[in-house]
Design a protein around this ligand. Sequence first.
Ligand code: SF4
Length: 117
Amino acid sequence: MKRDFTCIVCPKGCQIHAEFEGSKIINIEGHTCKRGVAYVTDELTCPKRTLTTTVATNSDIMVPVRTNAAVPKELLFDCMKEINKIVLDKSVKTGDIIIKDILGTGADVIATGDAEL
Ligand code: SF4
C-alpha cells in the first residue's frame, strides 16, 4: 500500500510518502530526519497524539492543560472523560501535574497556564 503523511512532530510539517506492507515500511520519502520515520511507523502501528484542552477551576477561570507525551489516539476520548471529572483549585500554576500517568499511558496531564492571572 501507499499513503501520504504530514509529519506533525515539528513545525516543518514534512510531506512524507510511504509504501508499506502491514506495518512494515518498504520505502519512505519526503522526511528530513529520522523522527519522520518514527512518526510514520507509529501511525501504522499505534497512532498517538498530544492531548490539549482546558480544565475548570473553582473560580471562573479555565486552565489550559496538555499531556507531556503523546497518548494513543484510541484513548483520547477516555482521557477527555477523566480530565472532565476534575475541578482544579484556583492556586494551580503552570507546570503542575494535574493527572499523573493518565489511564496508564505514561503521560502526565500538566497545566500550561496559571488559574490566576
Ligand atoms: S520529518 Fe523531521 S523535520 Fe520533517 S516534520 Fe517530521 S520531525 Fe520535522
